[in-house]
Write a protein that binds this ligand. Sequence first.
Ligand code: PGA
Length: 250
Amino acid sequence: MKRKLIAGNWKMNGGLVQNQALVQAVREGLPAQSCGVAMCVPAPYLAQLAELVRASGIDLGSQDVSAHEQGAYTGEVSAGMLRDFGVRYAIVGHSERRQYHGESDATVALKAQRALAVGIAPIVCVGETLAQREAGQTEEVVKRQLAAVIHQNGHCISEIAIAYEPVWAIGTGKTASPEQAQAVHALLRTQLRAATPHPERVHILYGGSMNAANAAALLAMPDIDGGLIGGAALKAADFLFIIQAGSVPA
Ligand code: PGA
């Protein structure tokens, strides 16, 4: 049985002083037999976080990675640079990147490839909007988003993680029910089965208003292997509560 993974997505939040307090509180509260824990932080704080999480069992993550290897791409951060700071996970294709930065499925697939090439596990985000769910398009949308990544990275697909994040649940306080989430996770697992002999090894995380109150029920579902946590990852007590829920032996 693989350990669950609880990854915090800080988004564009933090500061040198707050980061120190937050990481210290999480370190101190980690359960002895913890699930996997990662913090995906803004790029300028990677050096600080690398120090703060040293020997804690907390892994470092980024929130994006460039689709290019190096060169004249002002403002971009390459996979190799992230590797230099000990980054283990890189979120790719978050819905906020797709929406505000026009990232296509093809771009997201390339970003996943750049991460994999340097040994960073991409956390590939997929998810439907409310309009798409209401139009009955959830399955089609998430399958298309994952298919692009499988197409580009088929040979190492078991190295990725996936985050199912229904766009209507992100930052809204509306969570998918455990059954709604499980149904999509099961679909994604089936899709992986055609691409890898070991689909069970891939962490499929749920994200979208996961919090201390709903985490245990979501994490109890058979295909929910962890969480990608936004708002609740900024409060040590809430994040620890979710980690605790993920650390319960199945
Ligand atoms: P939320 O964000 O937990 O604040 O809804 C999750 C995410 O966007 O990754």
